[in-house]
Design a binder for this molecule. Structure first.
Ligand code: ADP
Ligand code: MG
Length: 248
Protein backbone atom coordinates (compact mmCIF):
# COMPACT_ATOMS: atom_id res chain seq x y z
CA UNK A 1 0.00 0.00 0.00
CA UNK A 2 1.27 3.47 -0.88
CA UNK A 3 1.83 5.50 2.28
CA UNK A 4 1.44 9.25 2.56
CA UNK A 5 4.54 9.78 4.62
CA UNK A 6 7.93 10.76 3.31
CA UNK A 7 9.49 10.06 6.68
CA UNK A 8 8.33 9.06 10.12
CA UNK A 9 9.84 8.31 13.48
CA UNK A 10 8.16 6.37 16.26
CA UNK A 11 9.08 6.48 19.96
CA UNK A 12 12.57 7.54 19.07
CA UNK A 13 15.18 7.62 21.80
CA UNK A 14 18.82 8.52 21.50
CA UNK A 15 21.29 8.52 24.35
CA UNK A 16 24.97 9.38 24.22
CA UNK A 17 27.63 8.33 26.69
CA UNK A 18 27.52 5.51 29.25
CA UNK A 19 27.59 4.60 32.93
CA UNK A 20 26.91 7.62 35.12
CA UNK A 21 27.35 10.00 32.21
CA UNK A 22 24.33 9.59 29.94
CA UNK A 23 22.83 12.38 27.82
CA UNK A 24 19.25 11.81 26.64
CA UNK A 25 19.42 13.69 23.34
CA UNK A 26 15.95 12.48 22.22
CA UNK A 27 13.20 11.16 24.47
CA UNK A 28 10.26 9.33 22.93
CA UNK A 29 9.94 11.48 19.82
CA UNK A 30 7.25 10.54 17.27
CA UNK A 31 6.82 12.60 14.09
CA UNK A 32 5.29 12.11 10.64
CA UNK A 33 6.50 14.13 7.68
CA UNK A 34 3.85 14.11 4.96
CA UNK A 35 4.79 13.92 1.30
CA UNK A 36 5.34 17.36 -0.20
CA UNK A 37 5.48 19.01 3.21
CA UNK A 38 8.17 21.54 4.14
CA UNK A 39 8.86 21.14 7.87
CA UNK A 40 11.04 23.40 9.99
CA UNK A 41 12.60 22.03 13.19
CA UNK A 42 13.40 24.68 15.79
CA UNK A 43 14.47 24.75 19.43
CA UNK A 44 17.22 25.99 21.70
CA UNK A 45 20.82 24.87 21.33
CA UNK A 46 21.20 21.32 22.69
CA UNK A 47 17.47 20.50 22.34
CA UNK A 48 18.14 17.60 19.93
CA UNK A 49 17.55 19.16 16.49
CA UNK A 50 20.71 17.84 14.85
CA UNK A 51 20.32 14.44 16.48
CA UNK A 52 16.74 14.13 15.14
CA UNK A 53 17.81 15.17 11.66
CA UNK A 54 20.77 12.78 11.65
CA UNK A 55 18.59 9.85 12.73
CA UNK A 56 15.85 10.66 10.18
CA UNK A 57 18.48 10.89 7.43
CA UNK A 58 20.19 7.62 8.33
CA UNK A 59 23.42 9.34 9.37
CA UNK A 60 23.20 7.72 12.80
CA UNK A 61 21.17 4.93 14.44
CA UNK A 62 18.64 5.26 17.27
CA UNK A 63 19.08 3.82 20.74
CA UNK A 64 15.41 2.75 20.56
CA UNK A 65 12.42 3.38 18.33
CA UNK A 66 11.67 3.26 14.61
CA UNK A 67 12.88 5.42 11.73
CA UNK A 68 11.11 5.18 8.37
CA UNK A 69 12.06 6.74 5.05
CA UNK A 70 9.20 6.31 2.61
CA UNK A 71 8.13 2.66 2.96
CA UNK A 72 11.44 1.50 4.40
CA UNK A 73 12.33 1.08 8.06
CA UNK A 74 15.96 2.18 8.28
CA UNK A 75 16.56 2.37 12.04
CA UNK A 76 18.18 -1.02 12.33
CA UNK A 77 19.87 -1.36 8.95
CA UNK A 78 23.58 -2.20 8.92
CA UNK A 79 25.96 0.61 7.87
CA UNK A 80 26.51 -0.58 4.30
CA UNK A 81 22.77 -0.58 3.60
CA UNK A 82 22.30 2.77 5.33
CA UNK A 83 24.88 4.24 2.97
CA UNK A 84 22.84 3.06 -0.01
CA UNK A 85 19.63 4.42 1.51
CA UNK A 86 21.25 7.83 2.03
CA UNK A 87 22.45 7.90 -1.58
CA UNK A 88 19.14 6.89 -3.07
CA UNK A 89 16.45 8.28 -0.78
CA UNK A 90 17.88 11.40 0.86
CA UNK A 91 19.26 14.77 -0.25
CA UNK A 92 21.31 17.09 1.94
CA UNK A 93 21.85 20.84 2.08
CA UNK A 94 24.31 22.02 4.74
CA UNK A 95 25.22 25.41 6.14
CA UNK A 96 28.75 25.03 4.72
CA UNK A 97 27.49 24.11 1.20
CA UNK A 98 29.73 20.96 1.13
CA UNK A 99 30.54 21.04 -2.58
CA UNK A 100 33.56 19.14 -3.89
CA UNK A 101 36.14 21.86 -4.60
CA UNK A 102 37.89 20.01 -7.42
CA UNK A 103 34.68 19.38 -9.39
CA UNK A 104 32.89 21.96 -11.51
CA UNK A 105 29.17 22.66 -11.11
CA UNK A 106 28.20 19.88 -13.51
CA UNK A 107 30.44 17.41 -11.66
CA UNK A 108 28.94 18.39 -8.32
CA UNK A 109 25.38 18.05 -9.66
CA UNK A 110 26.07 14.59 -11.06
CA UNK A 111 27.88 13.39 -7.92
CA UNK A 112 24.87 11.56 -6.39
CA UNK A 113 24.55 9.52 -9.59
CA UNK A 114 28.31 9.00 -9.84
CA UNK A 115 28.43 7.68 -6.26
CA UNK A 116 25.59 5.33 -7.12
CA UNK A 117 27.65 4.06 -10.08
CA UNK A 118 25.24 5.17 -12.78
CA UNK A 119 24.29 7.97 -15.14
CA UNK A 120 20.98 9.87 -15.01
CA UNK A 121 18.38 8.31 -17.30
CA UNK A 122 16.64 10.55 -19.83
CA UNK A 123 13.82 11.59 -17.47
CA UNK A 124 16.37 12.42 -14.77
CA UNK A 125 18.51 14.35 -17.23
CA UNK A 126 15.47 16.40 -18.24
CA UNK A 127 14.75 17.15 -14.57
CA UNK A 128 18.40 18.15 -13.97
CA UNK A 129 18.29 20.49 -16.98
CA UNK A 130 15.12 22.04 -15.56
CA UNK A 131 16.78 22.53 -12.18
CA UNK A 132 19.84 24.13 -13.80
CA UNK A 133 17.62 26.58 -15.67
CA UNK A 134 15.29 27.41 -12.79
CA UNK A 135 18.17 27.88 -10.32
CA UNK A 136 19.99 30.20 -12.75
CA UNK A 137 23.04 27.96 -13.07
CA UNK A 138 23.10 27.48 -16.86
CA UNK A 139 26.08 29.77 -17.44
CA UNK A 140 27.99 28.43 -14.43
CA UNK A 141 28.25 24.76 -15.33
CA UNK A 142 32.03 24.73 -15.87
CA UNK A 143 32.81 26.90 -12.82
CA UNK A 144 34.33 25.41 -9.72
CA UNK A 145 32.91 26.24 -6.27
CA UNK A 146 35.61 28.84 -5.44
CA UNK A 147 34.56 30.77 -8.55
CA UNK A 148 30.99 31.12 -7.24
CA UNK A 149 29.38 33.35 -4.60
CA UNK A 150 27.99 31.77 -1.43
CA UNK A 151 24.46 32.07 -2.78
CA UNK A 152 25.42 30.40 -6.06
CA UNK A 153 27.19 27.59 -4.18
CA UNK A 154 24.06 26.98 -2.10
CA UNK A 155 21.98 26.90 -5.31
CA UNK A 156 24.28 24.17 -6.62
CA UNK A 157 23.90 22.27 -3.35
CA UNK A 158 20.09 22.58 -3.61
CA UNK A 159 20.08 21.43 -7.23
CA UNK A 160 22.26 18.47 -6.24
CA UNK A 161 19.93 17.59 -3.35
CA UNK A 162 16.86 17.73 -5.61
CA UNK A 163 18.44 15.97 -8.59
CA UNK A 164 17.63 12.41 -7.52
CA UNK A 165 14.09 13.35 -6.36
CA UNK A 166 14.78 11.96 -2.88
CA UNK A 167 12.07 10.99 -0.38
CA UNK A 168 13.28 13.88 1.79
CA UNK A 169 15.71 16.76 1.46
CA UNK A 170 17.31 17.50 4.84
CA UNK A 171 18.64 21.03 5.28
CA UNK A 172 20.70 22.00 8.35
CA UNK A 173 20.76 25.81 8.80
CA UNK A 174 20.94 26.24 4.98
CA UNK A 175 21.01 30.04 5.22
CA UNK A 176 23.47 30.23 8.14
CA UNK A 177 26.37 31.39 5.94
CA UNK A 178 24.40 33.71 3.66
CA UNK A 179 23.45 37.36 3.90
CA UNK A 180 19.75 37.88 4.57
CA UNK A 181 18.76 38.71 0.98
CA UNK A 182 20.59 35.71 -0.50
CA UNK A 183 19.19 33.61 2.33
CA UNK A 184 15.65 34.58 1.34
CA UNK A 185 16.36 33.55 -2.27
CA UNK A 186 17.53 30.13 -1.07
CA UNK A 187 14.47 29.72 1.18
CA UNK A 188 12.25 30.70 -1.75
CA UNK A 189 13.84 27.92 -3.82
CA UNK A 190 13.19 25.33 -1.10
CA UNK A 191 9.60 26.60 -0.77
CA UNK A 192 9.18 26.31 -4.56
CA UNK A 193 10.55 22.75 -4.58
CA UNK A 194 7.87 21.76 -2.07
CA UNK A 195 4.98 23.68 -3.66
CA UNK A 196 5.67 23.03 -7.34
CA UNK A 197 7.37 19.65 -7.25
CA UNK A 198 6.00 18.06 -4.10
CA UNK A 199 9.47 17.73 -2.62
CA UNK A 200 9.39 16.86 1.10
CA UNK A 201 11.85 18.99 3.05
CA UNK A 202 12.98 18.94 6.68
CA UNK A 203 14.98 22.02 7.67
CA UNK A 204 16.70 22.70 10.98
CA UNK A 205 16.89 26.41 11.72
CA UNK A 206 17.29 28.94 14.55
CA UNK A 207 15.79 31.67 12.42
CA UNK A 208 12.06 32.49 12.67
CA UNK A 209 12.20 34.12 9.22
CA UNK A 210 13.54 30.90 7.70
CA UNK A 211 10.92 28.86 9.58
CA UNK A 212 8.15 31.12 8.22
CA UNK A 213 8.75 29.61 4.74
CA UNK A 214 7.80 26.15 6.05
CA UNK A 215 4.32 24.55 6.10
CA UNK A 216 4.88 23.42 9.63
CA UNK A 217 7.12 24.30 12.56
CA UNK A 218 8.09 21.56 15.03
CA UNK A 219 9.75 22.85 18.18
CA UNK A 220 12.04 20.71 20.32
CA UNK A 221 12.88 21.30 23.96
CA UNK A 222 15.16 19.05 25.99
CA UNK A 223 14.88 16.13 23.55
CA UNK A 224 11.08 16.22 23.20
CA UNK A 225 8.58 17.83 20.84
CA UNK A 226 7.08 20.73 22.78
CA UNK A 227 5.05 22.28 19.95
CA UNK A 228 3.89 21.45 16.41
CA UNK A 229 2.39 24.44 14.58
CA UNK A 230 1.00 25.11 11.12
CA UNK A 231 2.62 27.72 8.88
CA UNK A 232 3.07 31.01 10.74
CA UNK A 233 4.58 34.43 10.23
CA UNK A 234 8.11 35.11 11.46
CA UNK A 235 6.65 37.47 14.09
CA UNK A 236 4.27 34.81 15.39
CA UNK A 237 7.06 32.21 15.51
CA UNK A 238 9.37 34.62 17.39
CA UNK A 239 6.66 35.44 19.89
CA UNK A 240 5.82 31.78 20.40
CA UNK A 241 9.49 30.76 20.90
CA UNK A 242 9.82 33.54 23.45
CA UNK A 243 6.72 32.38 25.34
CA UNK A 244 8.18 28.85 25.56
CA UNK A 245 11.43 30.19 27.03
CA UNK A 246 9.52 32.22 29.58
CA UNK A 247 7.55 29.15 30.68
CA UNK A 248 10.64 27.01 31.21
P1 ADP B 1 20.87 20.85 18.79
O1 ADP B 1 21.17 20.47 17.37
O2 ADP B 1 19.44 21.17 19.04
O3 ADP B 1 21.76 21.94 19.28
P2 ADP B 1 22.00 18.24 19.40
O4 ADP B 1 21.11 17.25 18.74
O5 ADP B 1 23.27 18.58 18.70
O6 ADP B 1 21.17 19.58 19.71
O7 ADP B 1 22.36 17.72 20.86
C1 ADP B 1 21.40 17.25 21.79
C2 ADP B 1 22.11 16.80 23.08
O8 ADP B 1 22.92 15.67 22.81
C3 ADP B 1 23.04 17.86 23.65
O9 ADP B 1 23.01 17.75 25.05
C4 ADP B 1 24.40 17.45 23.11
O10 ADP B 1 25.43 17.90 23.97
C5 ADP B 1 24.28 15.94 23.09
N1 ADP B 1 25.10 15.33 22.02
C6 ADP B 1 24.93 15.52 20.69
N2 ADP B 1 25.81 14.78 19.99
C7 ADP B 1 26.56 14.12 20.90
C8 ADP B 1 27.65 13.18 20.82
N3 ADP B 1 28.12 12.78 19.65
N4 ADP B 1 28.17 12.72 21.99
C9 ADP B 1 27.68 13.10 23.18
N5 ADP B 1 26.66 13.97 23.33
C10 ADP B 1 26.11 14.48 22.23
MG1 MG C 1 22.56 21.33 16.03
Amino acid sequence: MENDFAARVRHLNKTYGHDGNIVHALRDVSLDVRRGEFTAIMGPSGSGKSTLMHLMAGLDSPTAGEVWLGPLEIGKLPDAQLTLVRRRRVGFVFQAFNLVPTLDVRGNLLLPFELDGRKPDSAEQKWIDELIASLGLADRMTHRPHELSGGQQQRVAIARALATRPDVVFADEPTGNLDSRTGRDVLGLLRQAATEHGQSIVMVTHDPIAASYADRVVILGDGQIVADRARSSAEAISAFMLSLEVQS
